[in-house]
Design a protein around this ligand. Structure first.
Ligand code: ADP
Length: 282
């Protein structure tokens, strides 16, 4: 095994630090995510959640610490002294899918071409094989009937589901979600959470930054609670939501309890009907 990876950790973060203009935003973050785990990162605004996600795939370069994907260090060549070239970094990034708050689809490509673009042009995989997988992925996110549609004709929820299919089309080892539903109209949130819940059940390895507490409680294998650039608490979802150990988590959850979650788990049942068999083994 390459330097620093533990047996089944898809992601391993060690001592990660990041500051902006002398202001520390992440302090010595340690976190491992095992294969098939869904880790939900929650915490107040400004806690460093988004910065942590962006440091994982080197969209932000950390000031210290190390990130390993399936045992291989990201951003730095073996030995730890020399930064990876852009090409090396780009190759590693193909193994990490990233779903942003605003997923910018190619406006001039229809839905299936959006999903196929990176596997064909970046991974240089055969078109026919990629098309079959893209069709299966679009079925999986409930958009078989939109393959030929242009992005401008889609709702925000549909665009975000295409974004998820597009990330999956690279066959990533790890999927990162940065508040994927926070820019959506409330009535469209449930259909995106339903897709994510389905992926979690299928055993996709995911790290999800979210404010959707009902989703986190239902879908997470583990909750990571962050505040002021630190991981304050890590716990199983039921334990975290019923008996948080830290005062800061308790206060955070109390604030949520006093403003009821607008998207209770029942929303998952009203999402698109997902074909459980489509895309299996992708
Ligand atoms: P969260 O995702 O938990 O809301 P962020 O990671 O977005 O938190 O931000 C953590 C802190 O880092 C905030 O104080 C934010 O203002 C600061 N920050 C984030 N990105 C930058 C940046 N590019 N330049 C300067 N400060 C930043």
């Amino acid at each position: 095994m390459a330097d620093g990876g533990s047996a089944h950790a898809v992601l391993r973060i060690q001592g990660l630090r990041k500051a902006y203009a002398g202001h520390a935003v992440l302090h010595d973050i340690d976190l491992s995510v095992a294969e098939r785990e869904t880790v939900c990162i929650i915490g107040p605004s400004g806690a460093g959640k988004s910065t942590l996600l962006r440091c994982i795939n080197w969209l932000e370069v950390p000031d210290g610490g190390a990130v390993f994907l399936s045992g291989t260090r990201i951003g730095v060549r073996p030995g730890g002294a020399v930064a990876m070239s852009d090409a090396e970094l780009a190759r590693m990034r193909t193994q990490i899918g990233f779903v942003f708050q605003h997923f910018a689809l190619w406006p001039h490509l229809n839905v299936i071409d959006n999903v196929m673009a990176a596997p064909v042009h970046v991974q240089r995989r055969p078109r026919g094989e990629v098309r079959r997988e893209a069709e299966a992925l679009l079925a999986k996110v409930g958009l078989s009937d939109k393959q030929g549609a242009m992005p401008a004709r889609l709702s925000g929820g549909q665009k975000q589901r295409v974004g998820i299919a597009r990330a999956l089309a690279m066959r990533p080892a790890l999927l990162l979600f940065d508040e994927p539903t926070s820019a959506l109209d409330p009535e469209l949130v449930g259909e995106v959470l339903a897709v994510m819940q389905d992926l979690a059940r299928d055993g996709m390895t995911m790290v999800v930054v979210t404010h959707e507490m009902a989703f986190a409680r239902a879908a997470a294998s583990r909750i990571v609670f962050m505040d002021q650039g630190r991981i304050v608490e890590t716990a199983a979802p039921e334990a975290f939501f019923t008996a948080p150990r830290s005062d800061r988590a308790r206060q955070f959850l109390q604030r949520y309890a006093s403003s009821p979650d607008p998207h209770p788990p029942v929303a998952f049942a009203t999402g698109p009907s997902l074909s459980r068999d489509a895309g299996k083994g992708l």
